[in-house]
Design a binder for this molecule. Structure first.
Ligand SMILES: NC(=O)c1ccc[n+]([C@@H]2O[C@H](COP(=O)([O-])OP(=O)(O)OC[C@H]3O[C@@H](n4cnc5c(N)ncnc54)[C@H](O)[C@@H]3O)[C@@H](O)[C@H]2O)c1
Length: 248
């Protein structure tokens, strides 16, 4: 593994699932990792495990992030949630909340981190998007809208950051075995009126050439590589890891 010795990293939503796996991966590569999460107990637990720091924070409170100065070399924008509902019944405040957490907060974190990265001539911004940043699915209007917006944010950051040694990329997983997906399987079973196993096989993995869920560690391995010197020329890209879903 390429060393991230001497680097600092912030992982949002680092208390669970993909974020926790990213915190472990970056720490294993030598970075000092700050675990930012609403779940303060979970954040502390992952931070203690990886020898890093916990940053208990509610990233949906965007106004609190406006004056932020974030001294980190690597920023992983990962915190996110899902809400499954047809558009006509989708609560407007839920839509607004998800756009704040999944678009506005990443913008403000990037905005707060770039001055430090520019000063050092080095930075890695890694945005955990989704196959839903590139493709749509019914009943996920806020999620699909937010992830498509994150793709745009990532590309503009890549263009502005390039001359300063800062790269920005998206990672686009299909379904990953995390609490977010376990909850979705239950929600979709209710929405479609079918058993949970049928949701996994016939709904979630319908478009996937490889019929299994991703493991969080597989996503984290890609994040670790994007943070490494080997990926210095990779920017403005969106890396699918979706078992072939988006090949269609
Ligand atoms: N699980 C998947 O299949 C999958 C697929 C593609 C993309 N993603 C994306 O990966 C990211 C992580 O998903 P996951 O599956 O690991 O989810 P998860 O539910 O396991 O973890 C999400 C973390 O975000 C934190 N969080 C939620 N709201 C927050 C807030 N307001 N402020 C701070 N932290 C908050 C939670 O406390 C939790 O620790 C999300 O952006 C998700 O959209 C997940």
């Amino acid at each position: 593994m390429t060393s991230l010795e001497g680097r600092t990293a912030v992982v949002t939503g680092g208390a669970s699932g993909i974020g926790a796996a990213c915190a472990r991966e970056l720490a294993a590569r030598g970075a000092v990792v700050t675990v930012a999460d609403l779940d303060d107990v979970g954040a502390k637990s992952v931070a203690d495990e990886v020898g890093g720091k916990a940053w208990p924070i509610d990233l949906s409170d965007a106004s609190a992030l406006e004056q932020l100065q974030l001294e980190t070399d690597i920023l992983v924008n990962n915190a996110g949630i899902q809400h499954v509902s047809p558009i006509a019944e989708f609560p407007p405040d839920r839509f607004r909340f998800m756009l704040t957490l999944m678009v506005e907060a990443p913008f403000l974190l990037i905005r707060g981190a770039l001055p430090h990265m520019y000063d050092n001539g080095f930075g890695r911004i890694i945005n955990i998007s989704s196959v839903h940043g590139l493709r749509a699915s019914e009943y996920k209007v806020a999620y699909v809208t937010a992830k498509h917006a994150l793709e745009g944010l990532s590309k503009v950051t890549a263009l502005e950051g390039g001359p300063h040694g800062v790269t920005s990329n998206c990672v686009n997983p299909g379904y990953v075995r995390t609490p977010l997906v376990t909850k979705q399987i239950a929600d979709q079973a209710r929405t479609h009126g079918i058993p949970e196993q049928e949701v996994t096989e016939d709904v979630l993995l319908k478009e996937s050439a490889i019929k299994r869920l991703l493991e969080p560690e597989e996503v984290a391995a890609l994040v670790g590589w994007l943070a490494s010197p080997d990926a210095a020329m990779v920017t403005g890209a969106s890396y699918t890891m979706d078992g072939g879903w988006s090949a269609r």
